[in-house]
Design a protein around this ligand. Structure first.
Ligand code: SF4
Ligand code: SF4
Ligand code: SF4
Length: 254
């Protein structure tokens, strides 16, 4: 008898949908999952809402719950899903949406970016899905790493435990990409404290790692701060740490 396929859905709350695009960018590698999954919802393939009362083995959610109706939808989806996966940095920590905490001030930023909705519908506190629903797995990154999502699905389908190795971006940068180290050249790079798994794509392209996948569990913040402070003023260090909400995470770990 053929093995039962995993029933899977991909959903967006408030998002740019870049995480779903990262999956579609895989092309054939993504389509090959059809042997393992019954993909019943994916907004980028077919217009779909969170509403219909279908149940899922795995529901992937990208984006952050910036609107109050997003919270309602999420809670409903949680009840209908065996595993709920935060896909991408917005779903994990609030990502770039969490930038609203900094600099501009609550009302000014909201009125500028969301002139129609900010007064009545806005959930100013959105900093990751886990604030409102229990999350079973996190697949971080802005966007999420397509190959990692595929590995996740394959391991779930095989009944294995999915884990992301706690290795820094520097590990892949030096082992596979063999990049001349930006930090050693006197340029800022958050690779030493950032969770690897992205193949160090940014340093490989000559750009600094900005920790879009979030920090390692045992990130050495004091050493990272010292290395950056030798290169740039604290104000600039803070700005890098704000981009993906890493500044708040740093404060919590101190
Ligand atoms: S994590 Fe990045 S790519 Fe994914 S929804 Fe958020 S902003 Fe878009
Ligand atoms: S370039 Fe960045 S990621 Fe690569 S080894 Fe240097 S600090 Fe680490
Ligand atoms: S190198 Fe850093 S910023 Fe670039 S994808 Fe990897 S974790 Fe994200």
């Amino acid at each position: 008898m053929a093995k039962k396929k995993l029933k899977v859905g991909f959903f967006s709350v408030t998002s740019c949908e870049g995480c779903q695009f990262a999956l579609l960018d895989l092309g054939e590698e993504f389509l090959e999952l059809a042997d393992l999954v019954d993909l019943t919802k994916m907004r980028l393939i077919e217009e779909s809402e969170m509403g219909p009362k279908e149940k899922f083995d795995v529901a992937f959610v990208e984006g952050s719950q910036l609107l109050k109706e997003n919270i309602k939808d999420l809670k409903d989806l949680r009840k209908r899903s065996k595993y709920l996966v935060a896909m991408g940095t917005c779903a994990h920590t609030g990502g770039i949406y969490a930038l609203k905490k900094y600099n501009l001030g609550k009302n000014k930023a909201m009125a500028h970016v969301y002139p129609e909705t900010h007064k009545k519908n806005f959930n100013y506190l959105a900093e990751g899905l886990s604030q409102d629903v229990e999350i079973d797995y996190i697949l971080p990154g802005c966007p999420a790493v397509g190959k990692e999502v595929v590995r996740f699905i394959r391991e779930m389908a095989a009944g294995k435990k999915f884990e992301i190795p706690q290795r820094p971006v520097c590990y892949e940068c030096q082992l596979y990409q063999k990049v001349e180290c930006l930090l050693q050249k006197g340029e800022p790079c958050l690779g030493p404290i950032s969770l690897g798994g992205c193949d160090a794509v940014c340093p490989a392209a000559g750009m600094a790692c900005e920790a879009c996948r979030g920090p390692l569990e045992d990130a050495n913040w004091p050493n990272m701060a010292k290395a950056l402070q030798k290169i740039m003023p604290q104000k600039d260090v803070d700005e890098i740490l704000e981009i993906f909400h890493v500044k708040e995470i740093t404060k919590k770990k101190k």
